[in-house]
Write a protein that binds this ligand. Sequence first.
Ligand code: 3PG
Length: 403
Amino acid sequence: KISIRDIPLKGKRVLVRVDYNVPLELDKATNSYVVTDQTRILETLDTLKYLIDQDAKIILISHLGRPKGKKNTKESLAPVAPLLSGLLGTKVKFIGDCIGPEVDKEKESLKEGEVLLLENTRFYAGEEKNDPEFAKALASHIDVYVNDAFGSAHRAHASTEGVCHFIKQKAIGFLMEKELKYLGEELKDPQRPFVVILGGAKVSDKIEVINKLLEKADCLLIGGAMAYTFLLTMGHKVGKSLVETDKKAVAQEALEKAKERKVKFLLPIDHLVAESIDFEQRIAKTLEFTAAIDIPEQRLGVDIGPQTMEAYRKEIITAKTLLWNGPMGIFEIPGCEKGTFSIAKSIAENPSAVSIVAGGDSIKALHRSGLSDRVSFISTGGGATLDFLKGKVLPGIESIPDK
Ligand code: 3PG
């Protein structure tokens, strides 16, 4: 892909699509919204600093949340501007719209090295509809389009795809480049053993990823509720655990494919179980370990057990390439997070491997264990990362030409 390094940027008006879809919380003291996780913003700094150094005129666009075409304060990008100003050490001007005469005026008056942040693109229905008129308005007064929003690359929206039809010069930014290096190049021909740790609640969410990874991985370690559907398919007792009975056939196919391709497919051999879970109160009733694969009738699985943690650790510490996506248990309920933390710790025990972590809960566990700097790469994508791993074409990447 053409990168920002490949094109002259001095004096050019550069529209940078970033993914600042970050969590916001109302600060009661100041009655204003604040960003509670800055990761996605921090990850764009290299690109922005480079563009400033190149004397480009920088215009930032992003979506935030799912406002469905309606403007509102809860999903405004305004709180990002002061934060970004501090991080860049240069003033970031914010304007409460992303198209129109006022925005065009601001774009025109922008000087070299200055940064302008526009309002949430999803405040217009044209964004998600990929309306050409809206895309054209975004492209007005722009010389170069840069896509650094890997997290949004799976969306064919006006700011990720449509806008490209109205701007000649296009490139990817450094964050996009990094995502493609790790998720693309490193996993294309991975150093072996290549061990994948996959968790999450549903087989249906992950089956395409599993099937794709079965073509490449040496070993798959499965956790989360989807493990119970696999165990049920194999004839084990799963008690009251969350299962997708209608996914037994696809689970069976995946198990057969693993056998055929001689991929180790490890499932939990013991569990943390509970009598019931109150998601509202965030309480698990009567937590206890079972030392067996089968789960008692009146219990549901909520995390992997200690023998499973050790079995998974053994695979992780001898791997040369590691990919982790998804929690091992009901991570958000106190007492049910140990399995997920154990994966973070095991990965940190193997610093010489190329390790890639993706997905909200896995990243949270990594941050909370203070081990974030012990992995090679943390992906900023959610759905985009999974689609990429499935081998899907991502419109936000496709619309940037190759070198
Ligand atoms: C994400 O958080 O995964 C991206 O920003 C995309 O958001 P979306 O799922 O609302 O399109």
